[in-house]
Design a protein around this ligand. Structure first.
Ligand SMILES: NC(=O)c1ccc[n+]([C@@H]2O[C@H](COP(=O)([O-])OP(=O)(O)OC[C@H]3O[C@@H](n4cnc5c(N)ncnc54)[C@H](O)[C@@H]3O)[C@@H](O)[C@H]2O)c1
Length: 457
């Protein structure tokens, strides 16, 4: 566990550091990695939601934090993280609000399912904490408006877990190409993000020991726990409306449109912003296939996965720029300008402007210009956490700040509303309202179940 002295010294240095200019951390070689904060500047972290992603994240962040508190609606998961990631030194809670009450906790990691992001994030901000929250930040557009408001009013640091923004090469290099004008004016961007799986009928099942199902549902509508174990001889978790598989239910997620949209639509939107096209869409339309029927935007069967399995959306942006969101081609982002086009995903960056770098390399500081001069490491998850800790210290805006995140997540959420209603939408980006469609506008928000309202707003 970090000593109080070390934490205090970190926080004192934070105040001092905010007064000086950022050190230029340009990384030129595999060996020249900049460490944003010293290892003895350790912070106490409280983890809310101790599932798959939180475990990966705590491994990535281990050089900088001591886990002192863990909250999970499933007691076994909280205990497992305590044993595996903090040597049994943390206190495990069922109710995350106990974590927020502790004065000895500097930063919070929120890695609950998507329907459980906004409430703890807003309450953590109001409790004076800095937060690293997993993507997608919200389940609705109106939740984003609230988080942006409280973040702006309080100045807390909020990093969203879209770690593609912190890749040393690939995505940041693609953004540098855009920023240096190597593609010219961007006319079209495409995010290929795959479709959601289907499931057979998933029967109502006994809630497993240790899982508080009501707490897991939280603000979402009350319903039965469902589980279909894997077929005999097959491994895996089977089908459920709970751990990990929540992604395939609109009640808890946006399906692939936000699960992977939060990654690739983000990169496409970042490219547009770097190309001086920072406004949101004016309209979105297309088609989507779902495994169940929908009426008035609501799934008519509650016993199987319901998010879109196949889709093709086209969003129009000011100036005639188009964004495509699709499931059916090679996972990644195509960015097309009037001087050339590139394709980038987690494994490759290709296209004529990339080949042209042999004769005309990017300026030395090109990647750092898009990465705002912040430290950048090679492992993208570690780099994203390093970026967060650096910003906690300096109070700079992190690379995945809530404002740019919600800009792009609005497009993903609009695609989800158009998918469920089966019709195109017009969007007023200034007012953040759908134009002339009351039913669609009602889907910018969602009712919170009694007892699970956001506290303090
Ligand atoms: N950045 C990435 O590349 C990436 C990758 C995977 C997942 N994620 C995101 O991470 C989040 C979690 O995904 P996961 O795959 O780890 O899911 P998961 O189901 O494995 O973990 C979620 C955990 O949250 C717990 N939880 C639910 N309600 C809670 C509450 N009220 N208080 C405390 N804990 C609660 C669950 O019991 C579970 O242990 C999602 O938002 C997902 O989109 C991001």
């Amino acid at each position: 566990m970090a000593s109080t002295k070390n934490r205090r010294s970190f926080l004192q240095k934070s105040a001092a550091a905010s007064a000086v200019a950022t050190i230029p951390y340009f990384v030129t070689s595999q060996t020249a990695l900049a460490k944003p904060i010293a290892k003895n500047d350790r912070l106490n972290i409280g983890v809310i939601g101790a599932g798959g992603m939180a475990n990966g994240n705590m491994n990535a962040a281990k050089d900088w934090v001591d886990i002192v508190a863990i909250a999970d609606a499933d007691a076994g998961r909280g205990e497992a993280m305590n044993k595996n990631r903090s040597g049994g030194k943390a206190i495990v809670y069922a109710d995350y609000r106990k974590v927020l009450e502790r004065d000895d906790i500097d930063v919070i990691h929120v890695a609950t399912p998507d329907h459980w992001h906004t409430k703890p994030v807003v309450e953590a901000i109001l409790a004076g904490k800095d937060i690293y929250c997993e993507k997608p930040l919200t389940l609705t557009i109106d939740e984003g408006k609230l988080i942006r408001k409280v973040q702006k009013e309080t100045g807390r640091i909020v990093q969203v877990g879209t770690q593609q923004r912190s890749t040393f090469n690939l995505f940041t290099k693609a953004m540098a190409l855009v920023n240096e004008g190597r593609l010219g004016r961007i006319k079209k961007v495409s995010a290929a993000i795959g479709g959601a799986p289907t499931s057979p009928e998933i029967p109502v099942a006994e809630v497993p020991t240790g899982l508080d199902w009501d707490r897991w549902l939280g603000p979402a509508p009350s319903c039965d726990y469902r589980h279909l174990p894997p077929a005999k001889g097959k491994r895996g978790r089977g089908n459920t409306n709970c751990h990990y598989e929540f992604r395939w239910w609109y009640e808890y997620s946006g399906g692939k449109l936000t699960d992977w949209g939060a990654h690739h639509v983000d990169i496409c939107t970042w490219a547009l912003a770097l190309n001086s096209q920072s406004a949101g869409p004016v309209s979105i339309g297309g088609s989507a296939d779902h495994p169940v029927d929908f009426k008035d935007g609501v799934a008519q069967q509650r016993d199987r996965y319901n998010t879109a399995t196949r889709f093709f959306f086209s969003a129009q942006f000011p100036g005639g720029t188009e964004m495509i969101i699709r499931n059916d081609t090679d996972n990644g982002c195509m960015i097309e300008g009037d001087k050339g086009r590139i394709f980038v995903n987690r494994g490759k960056l290709v296209g004529a402007p990339v080949e042209a770098l042999k004769d005309d390399p990017l300026p030395e500081d090109a990647i750092q210009k898009v990465y705002k001069g912040l430290p950048l490491e090679h492992n993208e998850r570690k780099a994203h956490w390093a970026n967060f800790f650096h910003c906690v210290k300096t109070r700079e805006e992190p690379i995945s700040d809530v404002h740019s995140h919600m800009k792009m997540l609005n497009t993903c959420h609009l695609a989800g509303i158009a998918a469920r209603l089966g019709r195109p939408l017009k969007w007023d980006d200034q007012k953040e309202q759908i134009i002339g469609d009351d039913q669609a506008n009602a889907m910018l928000t969602r009712p919170y179940r009694d007892g699970y309202e956001i506290e303090g707003v």
